[in-house]
Each structure stands twice: as C-alpha cells, then as structure tokens.
Design a protein around this ligand. Structure first.
Ligand code: NAD
Length: 473
C-alpha cells in the first residue's frame, strides 16, 4: 500500500485524521468477525516479515538491546496476543442472551458488544513496539479504528511502527502520528471514543484530565513500585533466580519489574549471596557489549539511576555492584542495595533499572503494612508455599496482577486481564477484558406481542392495583 500524506504528515492534522476515521467508521458499519480476523492475520504477517528490522530498530533506540530478548519479551507476547484475539473474537462478538423477568415474558433480552469507534493509543518507550501494537490488535479485534502515538524517545521503532501500520491498513482505519509530549497533549485532547494510554502515572493524570473534558473513557496502564515479598523459609536460591530474571529483563526497564524486595531480617545475607550467584548465572560475562543485556535507554535515565545508587550509599545503605558500568553506552551493571530505608530516594520513585533494594521485616504483617502505606502497585510478587500466609497477604493488599513464586510471567498469560489499580492504572486490557474495554455493552430488549407490562398502562383500574400490589408484596 503506498504511503499517504494523511498518515505520513510530520505535523499531523490530528482532528482531520480523527474526523476521517470516524466518518469511515460510520459509513462502513462494524466489521464482521472474518474481516477482523483477516486484519489481525495481515498485521501479524507484516510484523513477522519485518522481524529483523524490528530487533534492529530496538537496538538502535537503546544503543544495546539484546536481539533475543527483543524477540522473547517484545515479539512473542505481541504475536501470542494477536493469535489469542484472532481465535476468540468471534466468540466474544456473539450476542449474549440475558434474563427476562416474568412480567416481561414473551420478549427477549440480549447484549451486543458494539465497537465504540476510534481508539487513541499512546505508547511509552520501554517496550515501544508491543505496547503500541497489542493495544492496536485489541482495538482491531473489537472492530474499532485507531490512531497511535508512539514514544518520541524510541524514534527508530516509532518510524517502523508507522511503516508496518501503513503496509497493512489504510489511514482511515489506522494512523500513526509521531511527536513529543506537546503532540501527546494535543492527541489526548482529541474527542476519541476511548483512549488507551501506557506510561507514567504523572502523564497518566494529564491524559485522564484531558480525556475528561470530552467524557472520553480511558484505560490507563501506568507504573509504580512493584514489591516482592519472600516468606521466611522459602528457598532463597529459587527466589533470587526468579527475582533476578524479572529485574534484569530489559535491564529493569519494565513496568512490572520487581522494584524492591521485602524479606525476613534473618534471610537478608542468604538472599544477597543467592542473588549474586543468580545474576552471574544469567550474565556470566561483561555487561557492555553483551548480546544478552540491554542498555539504559539514554543518558538522562543512566544518570538518574546512578544518582539513586549514590543517594542510597550516602544514606548508609550497603551497595553491592555486580559488574562494571559503561558510561559510553549507558550500560548499567546490576546492583543490590542492602540496608535500604524508606527515606532513601530509591524507595520514593519507580526505579526502572537493574538496581534492587532489599528491606527487611520481622513479621509478615509488617510487609503488608509497608505495601499498604504506599500507592497501589502494578504488580505484586509473593514467594512462599504457606497457603494461609499467602492468602493473608493477597487479601489484605490491593494491586495489579500477581505472580506467585515467580516474576513477570502473569503478563504472558493471554487469558488474564492486565492492568493496575489506583496510582498504577485504571481499567485493564489483554484477552477478553481488552475486547470488553473497547466495546460498548449495548443491552437490547425486544418486546413480545403479549406483555404483562401493558397491564400497567393507563387507563388504570382494579387489575392494575392487583398486579402492582402483587409485585410490591
Ligand atoms: P511517559 O508517561 O513519560 O510517556 C508515555 C507517552 O506519553 C509517550 O508517548 C509521551 O510522548 C506521551 N506524553 C508525554 N506527555 C504527554 C502529555 N502531556 N499528554 C499526553 N501524552 C503525553 O512514560 P515513559 O517514560 O515513556 O514510560 C515509562 C513509564 O511507563 C513507567 O512509569 C512505566 O512503569 C510505565 N509503563 C507502564 C506499563 C503498563 O502496562 N502498565 C507498560 C510500560 C510502561
């Protein structure tokens, strides 16, 4: 498909694109299941065709991004998600019969999941491809059109997203617009039918405020500090292995990365030893130039993370560096921060890097109180085999998704909703919940030829009173 000025513009006519998409949506009517499946298959085929370009673009944007990791954590979840949506969308689209009470019998009631129209998608830089295209696939599965604004901090991937989209969809179906925060602000002020935003809590607030002016519903996929709680007695090697995997994937630049660890004070040394070994197993060589390790996106975040480590040291923490940094490529080696206290800067912001603070508790309820004294996290990780303790923690805390005895992998479950709560987000997508979020549940009642309700219409009489009193008995 040729490039078109509409999807190509450098300072795009945002209201114009939206108006044309909406007009096409109204004119064409909702696409059937076959059309949606075909669109998703073409999207998947184009993604797979550009696989090499995708990992190269990600590598360009990060300076050093593990090609295999890009395939595993960026492409596999995207393709799996497209497969899942393709498989189930027909089932979700089917009208669902609802109950009709005795007085309205001979009629019928059902719910139709109606496409809502045009979805605005705003994506962040950390998984810049999948966090733009999984929302797109969801919007397509739900029968909608979409406009996407990728992050300006990953320009090579943003350009590639534009190419992929233009190769598959006409601009009145899907358009990609590129630009910075200013464009993002103008984008979120558009009267979309839904906005799906992924990014920081601070920007999420601005997007919610802009959307509220149009009464546009939002799904906000935000960030925060996701805790790991380790139960006393749990094998430290297993916990450390799985925490290290979650912390070092994409060098910690993952919204659901384990942010900090809460463990029993007697376990701190054992965990530190096990964590060092786990990190060495995952990354036996140097970090700079490693084909398996990812750099910090840019100088700003590299300096920010080094500042967090410095601040912790200055406030009395024992920092264990597990390798050498590289200033030239902003590659940050993993670090473990022992003796962390809540006042340290590292505990006051989302870390988003390969630095793991450890805090200790004396009894498990202290861990619950610690989590509840802070904004609700996007993910919660619990390591433990004692059912009662685990249930207590899960019942007494509120968070986004949970992985038990592991990290990150709830994200890979296509059949689970994905979303935060409170400061970590509003709403959820992925799988069925994504389809539901981007469709309108239109309830329909068909009145039958005979209907008891007509007995409650004027002219009222004795029979009306008998029926009314019967209902209100
Ligand atoms: P960010 O909030 O700075 O930017 C996200 C997007 O919003 C970018 O495209 C940006 O251009 C745009 N933007 C900036 N200002 C805007 C404005 N005023 N109005 C509208 N759009 C605006 O986030 P980031 O730094 O790209 O990403 C990191 C954050 O995203 C972290 O907090 C991370 O936890 C979170 N995140 C969450 C998820 C999730 O699924 N919950 C996934 C990945 C990242």
């Amino acid at each position: 498909m040729p490039d078109t000025p509409l999807a190509h513009a450098t300072s795009p006519d945002l209201p114009g694109i939206l108006a044309r998409q909406r007009a096409a949506f109204m004119q064409d009517g909702p696409p059937g299941a076959a059309r949606r499946r075909a669109d998703l298959r073409r999207l998947k085929a184009e993604i797979l065709r550009r696989r090499g370009d995708i990992v190269r673009a990600l590598n360009t944007d990060f300076g050093q991004r593990s090609e295999r990791e890009s395939a595993i954590v960026e492409l596999i979840p995207l393709v799996q998600s497209i497969n899942y949506l393709t498989c189930y969308l027909g089932h979700w689209m089917k009208p669902k019969r609802r109950h009709v009470s005795a007085y309205f019998q001979c009629g019928g009631a059902w719910v139709v999941r109606q496409p809502i129209g045009v979805v605005g998608i705003i994506a962040p830089w950390n998984y810049p491809l999948s966090l733009a295209l999984v929302p797109l696939a969801t919007a397509i599965a739900a029968g909608n059109r979409a406009m996407i604004k990728p992050s300006e901090l990953t320009p090579a991937t943003a350009a590639l997203i534009g190419e992929i989209v233009r190769a598959v969809f006409p601009p009145e179906q899907v358009a990609v617009v590129t630009g910075d925060a200013e464009l993002g602000a103008a984008f979120s002020a558009l009267p979309f039918d839904h906005i799906l935003f992924t990014g920081s809590t601070a920007v999420g607030r601005k997007v919610a405020a802009a959307a509220a002016r149009n009464l546009t519903p939002v799904t906000l996929e935000l960030g925060g500090k996701s805790p790991v709680v380790i139960e006393p007695g749990f094998p430290m090697e297993r916990a450390a292995d799985r925490v290290a995997y979650g912390k070092l994937t994409n060098a910690g630049q993952t919204c659901i990365a384990p942010d900090y660890v809460l463990l029993h004070e007697a376990d701190e040394d054992a965990f530190a030893r096990a964590y060092r070994q786990a990190v060495e197993r995952l990354h036996p060589g140097d970090y700079a130039g490693s084909p398996d390790y990812t750099a910090i996106l840019n100088q700003h975040h590299y300096e920010r993370l080094r500042g967090l480590i410095r601040d912790a040291e200055e406030h009395g923490a024992r920092v264990i560096r597990l390798g050498a940094d590289s200033d030239t490529g902003h590659v940050l080696a993993p670090a473990l921060v022992l003796g962390t206290t809540p006042e340290m800067a590292i505990m006051r912001e989302e870390i988003f890097g390969p630095v793991l603070p450890v805090l200790t508790y004396r009894n498990p309820d202290e861990a619950i109180a610690f989590i509840n004294a802070r904004p609700r996290p996007l993910a919660l990780y619990y390591f433990g085999d004692r059912r009662a303790q685990r249930d207590r923690l899960l019942e007494r805390t509120v968070s986004g998704n949970v992985t038990i005895n592991g990290t990150l992998l709830h994200y890979a479950q296509d059949d689970l909703p994905f979303g935060g709560v409170g400061d970590s987000g509003i709403g959820a997508y992925h799988g069925r919940e994504g389809f539901m979020a981007l469709t309108h549940p239109r309830g329909i009642y068909r009145q039958g030829r005979i209907n008891a309700a007509t007995l409650l219409q004027p002219p009222f009489g004795k029979l009306t009173d008998i029926i009314t009193n019967f209902i209100l008995r």
